[in-house]
Each structure stands twice: as structure tokens, then as C-alpha cells.
Design a protein around this ligand. Structure first.
Ligand SMILES: *Cc1c(COP(=O)(O)O)cnc(C)c1O
Length: 382
């Protein structure tokens, strides 16, 4: 086995990108982005309604093979609204993973509900159905109207697994377990646009799915997101709730509940539509990049994290697994010092002040990954 020093890695990445300052993930605009944006400005329909919003929603629904997609302002509010529509009420509890971006847990807190952190699988880095089942069997009582936490007495109304770096978690098993326990599933598919599991799209397994089109995701609308569902009535409610719950009328302002202004502006939808045309292009380029990384690290002590079984990946972010935290820190320090933006995986949620007291299981796998995973620059090269 070759020793792989950080300088070799830095030189390799610089040679691949043919530049000296390399970001973790930059957007790419090589298609109709400017054209659609100018069309939007010329039309004056830059705000919360317009033809690009409708087109975007149609295309997301087609891409994810779901019956309804609703464009929203960002991925975080897509999660919040999805949870609300899945029936999460204040004082409820929601099962999720601690190894995630903070927005996952925050969206639960915005509803005044509390997360419970369940461990992840090592290969998918997403919520583990085995750990989920164990937690439910040991800590939860199934009653006629749903599942209740024996320790707190509170209702567990939803489970929100996350598809880490676009890898798919074992979502079919998770849905099956949650069905048995009368728990709704919301997929945090923020990172997984275009990924599939056993031939089915991310965002189509749970009652609802939430996507992000933030600037660092595989495609971007500047800021933006989408809610997907196969339940048309729920899809209509998502549109209503994110449109200030306004009752349609020619001129009257009537709102039938507490709604939100979470709409996706037509200006952002225009950018999203142009980016959707580039998704396959982006993905092909990132696949080539991933394979280059694999070849480079082959037979070294550094392992590129490989695509888990059954995942048809969108190749969003390539990650490596280092031997221990010390090696991880050296790698991060050296690469960043030399102009290569590498990043660790997220700090586990229960280390953050807001989530210190949250109930959790062993977190053995989450802690193992937290100490060792580093993301490499993964922008498409077009
Ligand atoms: C990006 C991201 C979000 C939030 O999306 P925004 O559009 O930035 O609000 C939520 N969850 C995960 C896992 C993400 O990566």
C-alpha cells in the first residue's frame, strides 16, 4: 500500500481543476440561465407567480416521479412545511439523525417539536433502519392513535431520514417500519436531487420529500427548494400553506389559517429551470471526477467513500474516510492552507447548544464518521 501524502493530493486536485484556488462546490451556469433570467425581467414577472414557477413544479414532479411538486423559498422551509403537513404538532417528537446539516433539526424545532437522534448506517451515512427499529422496540409504545415515547409520554408523529451527500439511506425499510408504528415519513432529500434507490427517486418514498436548490447543491436557483408528494390533497395544502393560506378570490383578502410566505419567486424558478436542463450534464461530469478521485486514492491508505448498494447516485459531493481524527485534522489543515477547500462532515447535532439535551441512541456509527469523513472539492468541470 502506497503512503499518500497531503502534498500529492493537493497537486492532484490542482491538476484536475487546472487552477490553484479550489472551492468545495461552486455552481456552474453554461446553459439557458441568462436567457431565462432576462425573459423573466422583460416580462416583469419576477416575484411569486409566473410561468417558470409552474414549469419548475411540473419538472420536479416528473423528475422525482411524484404526483405533485411545490416550489418554495429554500430547503429549510420545505422541511418545516412538510413536517407540518405530516401532522407534526407542538410538543410532538420527530425521529431523525444527528449526523446531518443543522437545518434538518431546526425545521423540527421551528414547529416547537423536539428531535430524537437515531444512529446512521456506516455505508449510507443515512438513518439506520436497524437502529430505528431497536429504538422503537425499546422506548416506544404503539397505541391506537400513534406511537408514544415511554420516557416523555410525548407523541412521535414523524420520522425524517436524510440522504447524506446524495447517497440514499435504506428508505424502503424505514418507510415499512414507520408504517408499522403509525409514524409519517418526511424525506430530507435536500442533497439528493436526481438520486434513486432501487430505481425509485428520492423524495418519492415518504409522505413528503423536501429538496434544496441552494448555491452549494447539485443545481441551484440562488435560493430555493421544493416539496414533493404522491398525495395530491397534501400537495395542494403545501401550495396553500406556503402562499399565506390565501383563499382564491378575484379581489378579497381571505386567509383560512396561519400561512407562510414561503413561495419560490419566478426569478429564482427561471434559474432553476435552466439548471434542471443541466442536471444530467452536471452529473456526468461529477461521475468522471469521482472516478478520477477513486483512481488517485486506489491502493493508498485513504478510502474514497463508495456508492452504497442500490443507490443510483447524483454524485453531489465526494468524500474520503481517514484513519482517525488526528489524520483528518492534519488533512484539513494542510489542504485548506494550500488553497484547497476541504470540509469535515457536520458536527453531530447533540454537540450544539440547542440540542445538547435531546434524547438519542448509541450514535456509534455517527461518531465514527464524524471523526473521519472529509469532503473533497466536487464542483462539476464543464
Ligand atoms: C442544504 C440542506 C438543507 C437546507 O436547505 P436550504 O435551501 O439551505 O435551506 C437541509 N437539509 C440538508 C441535509 C441540507 O444539506
Amino acid at each position: 500500500m502506497k503512503k499518500c501524502n497531503v502534498d500529492d493530493t493537493v497537486n492532484f486536485i490542482k491538476s484536475v481543476y487546472k487552477t490553484d484556488n479550489i472551492y468545495l462546490h461552486e455552481p456552474r451556469f453554461v446553459g439557458n440561465e441568462k436567457k431565462y433570467l432576462l425573459e423573466t425581467i422583460d416580462s416583469t414577472f419576477v416575484s411569486s407567480v409566473g410561468p417558470f414557477v409552474d414549469q419548475f413544479e411540473g419538472e420536479i414532479s416528473k423528475l422525482t416521479d411524484t404526483k405533485r411538486a411545490v416550489g418554495v423559498a429554500n430547503g429549510t422551509c420545505a422541511l418545516q412545511i412538510s413536517l407540518e403537513l405530516a401532522g407534526v404538532k407542538s410538543e410532538d417528537e420527530v425521529l431523525t439523525q444527528a449526523l446531518t446539516f443543522v437545518a434538518t433539526a431546526n425545521s423540527i424545532s421551528y414547529l416547537k417539536a423536539t428531535p430524537i437522534f437515531i444512529d446512521v448506517d456506516l455505508d449510507t451515512m443515512g438513518l439506520s433502519p436497524k437502529a430505528l427499529k431497536e429504538f422503537l422496540e425499546q422506548n416506544v409504545e404503539l397505541k391506537n392513535d400513534g406511537s408514544y415515547n415511554k420516557k416523555t409520554g410525548k407523541k412521535i408523529s414523524a420520522c425524517m431520514p436524510m440522504h447524506t451527500f446524495g447517497f440514499m439511506c435504506r428508505i424502503d425499510e424505514i418507510v415499512e417500519i414507520c408504517n408499522q408504528w403509525k409514524i409519517s415519513v418526511v424525506e430530507d432529500a435536500a442533497e439528493a436531487l436526481g438520486s434513486k434507490y432501487k430505481g425509485r427517486s428520492s423524495g418519492s418514498f415518504g409522505l413528503l420529500g423536501a429538496f434544496s436548490l441552494n448555491g452549494n447543491k447539485i443545481i441551484t436557483s440562488g435560493g430555493g427548494g421544493a416539496i414533493t408528494t404522491n398525495n395530491i390533497a397534501i400537495g395542494d395544502k403545501a401550495k396553500h400553506l406556503t402562499t399565506t393560506a390565501k383563499v382564491p378570490h378575484k379581489w378579497e383578502y381571505n386567509h383560512d389559517k396561519l400561512g407562510y410566505n414561503f413561495r419560490l419567486p419566478n426569478l429564482n424558478a427561471a434559474l432553476a429551470c435552466a439548471q434542471l436542463e443541466q442536471l444530467e450534464n452536471m452529473r456526468n461530469s461529477k461521475r468522471t471526477l469521482f472516478n478520477k478521485y477513486k483512481d488517485f486514492f486506489h491502493d493508498t491508505e485513504i478510502n474514497v467513500v463508495d456508492i452504497p448498494k442500490n443507490t443510483d447516485w447524483n454524485y453531489w459531493l465526494t468524500s474520503i474516510l481517514l484513519k482517525n481524527k488526528k489524520e483528518r485534522d492534519i488533512f484539513l489543515e494542510e489542504t485548506n492552507k494550500q488553497g484547497i477547500m476541504t470540509r469535515p462532515i457536520w458536527t453531530l447535532m447533540y454537540r450544539l447548544p440547542m440540542y445538547k439535551k435531546v434524547q438519542r441512541d448509541s450514535q456509534k456509527n455517527a461518531e465514527y464518521l464524524e471523526e473521519r469523513i472529509v469532503n473533497l472539492p466536487s464542483s462539476a468541470i464543464l
